[in-house]
Structure formats: C-alpha cells, structure tokens
Design a protein around this ligand. Structure first.
Ligand SMILES: Nc1ncnc2c1ncn2[C@@H]1O[C@H](COP(=O)(O)OP(=O)(O)O)[C@@H](O)[C@H]1O
Ligand SMILES: O=C(OP(=O)(O)O)[C@H](O)COP(=O)(O)O
Length: 396
C-alpha cells in the first residue's frame, strides 16, 4: 500500500474515508476514541495544504437520512481536536456537499453527512454502488483510506471509490495492519481469543476460521447465548441468533475435534428488562428464567475466564462481556479487561465499543499492547480473510 508521502497533496482535494462511528447518547459523544484516532492523517494532509474532505458512517441508518444518525456532533468534536473549524455538509453527494467542497481553501477540512444515508453506499448491487461511488469520487482528486474499523465492508466509500482515484493508506490503517500482522504471523502460544458484544450474526461468521488458529476461544456478551442454546440450555429473552444455531453446533463439534478449548459462561446476570436500574439475579446457565435476559457474565464466569487468560501468551479481545454502559452489568467486561492488564501476554483489544468500555471503566489504555479501532475488521483480518478496503488500497 502506498502511504501519503507518495503524493503531492498541496492544493488538491483529498477524500479521507475515516471511521468516526462513535457511541452517542442523544447528540452527546460518549467516547471520542475513533475521532482522535483519525486526527493524525487529517492533520498531516491539512498541514501539507490539502483540501481535506472527510467522509464516514455513523450507526446503521439503512440508506435513508435520519437525524438521529447525523455526523453533525462529530464535525464539532473533530474541529475541537484539530483546533480548526470543520465545515459540515448536510448531505453526502448533494448540493451541500458540492458547495462545501467548492468553498474549501488549502489546509481546510470538511466533513460530509453520514454515508449510510445514501442507499448506494452499502448496496449489494455492484452497479448501484458504483453509481454512488462515481458521485463521491467526483468531489475529490485523491483518496485516502483511513477508516480501519470499516475495511471489512465492501461498501462504495471503502471499496469502489479507491478504484476511481489515485489512492493511499492513511496512518491509522498502516498502524493497525502492522499490529495485526504480528498477531497472524507467529503468535506466541497459548493464543486466546475472547469474543462478546452484540453484533452476533456478523461475528459468528469468523469463528470457523479462528478455530484453526487459536488454542482457546472464550465467548461472553450477547454472543454467548446462541452457544448456550446450541448446547441445549434455555436462554429466556437473551440475545439469540436462532437461524445460526446449526452453524454454532458445528463450531462446538469442530472445536472438540481440533482440541480448541471453547469456554462458555457458567453463570449470568439475568435481568427483568434492558434498563440501567432493572432488577436482576445471578443464575446458573442451566436455570435462566424464561422471562429474563442475560446482560452480563456472572461472578463464577469472570473467575473462569480470568483463569483461562492467566497463562495465555497472546490474547485478542473483541466485544464487551455485558451491557457495560449500565453500571450493574459492567463487571464482566471489567474482569476481562483487568485480566489482560495484569497479564504478560501480547494483548490486543479491538472494536469501537470494546475500546470505549476500557476508557469508560477508567482502566489504563497502556495496560494493553494495542487498542484497535476495529472489531469486526480485526477479527476478519485474523481469520485470514481478504478485506475489501485493504485490497482496494493495494498498488495495481
Ligand atoms: N448480553 C448482552 N446483551 C445485549 N447486549 C450486549 C450484551 N453484552 C454486550 N452487549 C452490547 O454489545 C455492544 C457492543 O457490541 P459490538 O458492537 O459487537 O462490539 P465492538 O464495537 O467492540 O466490536 C455494547 O453496546 C454492549 O452493551
Ligand atoms: O463499529 C464498527 O465495527 P465494530 O463494532 O466491529 O468495531 C465499524 O464502524 C463498522 O460498523 P458496521 O459493523 O456497522 O459496518
């Protein structure tokens, strides 16, 4: 991949695909880690006199404008971090975007509205994606891929636009890939992966390949219940991917065949409802009440997981162990984080929410070897998949 040093960017319009998908509470950003991580490339370009057009997604608005998913608060925060105004276009490739780009002076920065307000961005139809990509590419002279957290998505801004413009990889993408190469080349063993979070359907897909690479796989968070159900337990109203139960049964067999230790929760915090102040109790996984939902791993599971991580030499962790945003259900995530912080292993945490959880729980970021901005992207890299957003940045 080319880096920015290969281009003379002064006076040119440079489209930077960043990952600014930050957690929000209303329009308040609760963790700005991904915005901070995007600053070095934007600052480098602006410092060299480029007209910087930043483009990114927020959440999953499904191809339609929705004010709840506006990037406006992100533009403001990006401006604060850069110490300069960031012009905000209220559409992606429409009148506002064109006028905003037109008005940019050398060294200035603009942010376009949420890419996912446009149906072409995520379309599975190559022609529809290409048509949107053409419009986006028309705004710029050069493309810089720096949205590491989204490089696993075959989306117009990630995959198609770099095919239309001279392109380079930004600082964040290059730094992330360097660390992940280290994890894939010759990981010291035992090598453990911890998976949790709520993007269950997406992330179940990586497990088949991970089973060929790791010694231990620990599953918590919303991910665990499909495994528990596949083992024959009832999971009440917990997150469940009913249509992937057969696939998960296959993983359980495969792990046993390969001698991979697949470690599941033995107890959970079973809550009456999904709320901060809900009633809950610690229950064995054999006894989750039908009207309850598991919102965190229980105390015996925390100990079990910490024990399985204690002598690991390499650990990759993606996905919180529970709904850490609610104090009562943050203990499992804290326990896994603390086990990694206290370990001598090479430890990598990945994912927007996982990284946010580390900071929100007041844990030291330097307690980990690396905190990655990408969860799904890192996992797909580790399983050996070709990532569309990286392939598109290769020299051709
Ligand atoms: N048991 C659970 N039930 C519902 N949601 C959960 C559960 N455990 C974790 N979560 C949620 O998972 C979300 C993060 O998932 P995900 O996006 O997959 O992680 P990341 O962004 O780190 O890749 C958090 O908002 C957290 O509240
Ligand atoms: O948050 C992200 O991924 P992650 O939760 O796997 O870290 C990225 O911004 C990608 O978002 P997506 O999973 O909605 O495509």
């Amino acid at each position: 991949m080319k880096d920015l040093s290969e281009f003379d960017v002064a006076g040119r319009r440079v489209l930077v695909r960043a990952d600014l998908n930050v957690p929000l509470d209303g329009d308040v950003i609760t963790d700005d880690g991904r915005i901070r991580a995007s600053v070095p490339t934007i600052r480098e370009l602006a410092g060299k006199g480029a007209r910087v057009i930043v483009t990114a997604h927020l959440g999953r608005p499904k191809g339609r404008p929705n004010p709840e998913y506006s990037l406006a608060p992100v533009a403001e925060r990006l401006g604060e971090l850069l110490g300069a105004d960031v012009a905000f276009a209220t559409d992606v490739v429409g009148e506002s975007a064109r006028a905003t780009v037109e008005a940019l002076q050398d060294g200035q920065v603009a942010l376009l509205e949420n890419l996912r307000f446009e149906p072409g961005e995520e379309s599975k139809d190559d022609a529809e994606r290409a048509a949107f990509a053409e419009k986006l590419a028309a705004l710029a002279d050069l493309y810089v891929g720096d949205g590491f957290g989204a490089v696993h998505r075959k989306h117009a801004s990630v995959y198609d636009v770099p095919g239309l413009l001279p392109h380079a990889a930004g600082q964040l993408v290059l730094a992330e890939v360097r660390v992940l190469e280290k994890l894939t080349e010759a990981p010291e063993r035992p090598y453990a992966v911890v998976l949790g979070g709520a993007k269950v359907s997406d992330k179940l897909g990586v497990i088949g390949n991970l089973l060929t690479k790791v010694d231990r796989l620990l599953i918590g968070g919303g991910m665990a219940y499909t495994f528990l159900k596949a083992q024959g337990y009832e999971v009440g109203r917990s997150l469940l991917q009913e249509d992937q139960l057969d696939q998960v049964r296959g993983f359980l067999d495969e792990a046993a065949k390969r001698g991979v230790e697949l470690v599941l929760p033995v107890d959970v915090l079973a809550a009456v409802e999904f709320a901060e102040d809900t009633e809950y109790e610690v229950v064995d996984v054999t006894a989750i009440p039908a009207d309850r939902q598991g919102l965190d791993i229980g105390p015996r599971t925390r100990e079990l997981f910490a024990g399985k991580l204690a002598d690991a030499r390499t650990v990759f962790w993606n996905g919180p162990m529970g709904v850490f945003e609610f104090e009562a259900f943050s203990g499992g995530t804290r326990a896994v984080a603390e086990a990694l912080i206290g370990s001598e292993a090479f430890t990598v945490v990945g994912g927007g929410d996982s990284a946010a959880a580390v900071r929100r729980l007041g844990l030291p970021e330097d307690g980990f070897s690396h905190i990655s901005t990408g969860g799904g992207a890192s996992l797909e890299y580790l399983e050996g998949k070709t990532l569309p957003g990286l392939v598109a940045l290769e020299d051709k």
